[in-house]
Design a protein around this ligand. Sequence first.
Ligand SMILES: Nc1ncnc2c1ncn2[C@@H]1O[C@H](COP(=O)(O)OP(=O)(O)OP(=O)(O)O)[C@@H](O)[C@H]1O
Ligand SMILES: [Mg+2]
Length: 271
Amino acid sequence: MSVERLSTGVSGIDNILRGGIPKGFTIAVVGEPGTGKTVFSLHFMNAGLVNGEKGIYVTTEESRASIIRQASTLGMDFLQAVNRGDLVIIDALMGEKGDAWSLRELDVDELVNTVIEAKKYLGHGHTRLVIDSMSAFWLDKPAMARKYSYQVKRVLSKWDFTTVLTSQYAVTTSLGFGFGVEHVADGILRFRKRIVGGYLKRFIVVEKMRQTDHDKRVFEIDIVDGKGMVVVGPYALAREDFALPLSVLRKMVGAEVRKNLELYGGELEEE
Ligand SMILES: Nc1ncnc2c1ncn2[C@@H]1O[C@H](COP(=O)(O)OP(=O)(O)OP(=O)(O)O)[C@@H](O)[C@H]1O
Ligand SMILES: [Mg+2]
């Protein structure tokens, strides 16, 4: 059976995905700060816009103006798409009064309602949705990561979206860990960075993609001014190049166990 796929806007990543992201999927884009999650999300959105599709971009870490500026450094005209009525950028950072497309607080119900309002404004038909980042919604309550992710997926699945949800984690602490997005996602793209030979290198690996084959190798990527993300080629990483340090893994597992106890522990005892 053939699956309809959407271009990610990065041809090398489309190749890794055997043609792109299956339409209707929810993809988790995860990685540490500065690994390229936002740049990738901008490509995904722009690929739709240049193809005549509509888009909704929720930004929590940068203002709407900053997103428009970042996009323009990569040769993407988001301002024009907004003015055409093809793109809504929901600003969850500035929370400005009188701005219909901003969130007053990082509240998941408000997020979902505003996205649905934006969808109605854009009209019928398939729409690309980016939420960059989801982890911002549970920074002060990591135990909610999974529940919030599920809530967003469940409510928005009734609307015609293909979705990219970004999630970041700090490598040195367990703060802000959000395994939630990974759990509900149909696919996981993991970005990593590492200093190799005194040079900052970035990598991508597809960790999961339901219903489809994909390249299992780690690929080196680069971000080029005026052009954006490019895939350099497969990279033969040593295990220690890519694995998280053991101390970090321990913290992650510990945080996950605590979260599950908080979320489900009470219910389990009642049974
Ligand atoms: N116009 C550009 N030219 C070259 N490199 C760029 C350009 N714009 C961004 N970059 C690179 O992309 C990096 C930022 O990537 P990005 O914002 O996608 O990271 P991120 O994973 O979203 O991080 P965070 O978790 O902090 O949001 C910059 O540090 C820079 O190296
Ligand atoms: Mg970002």
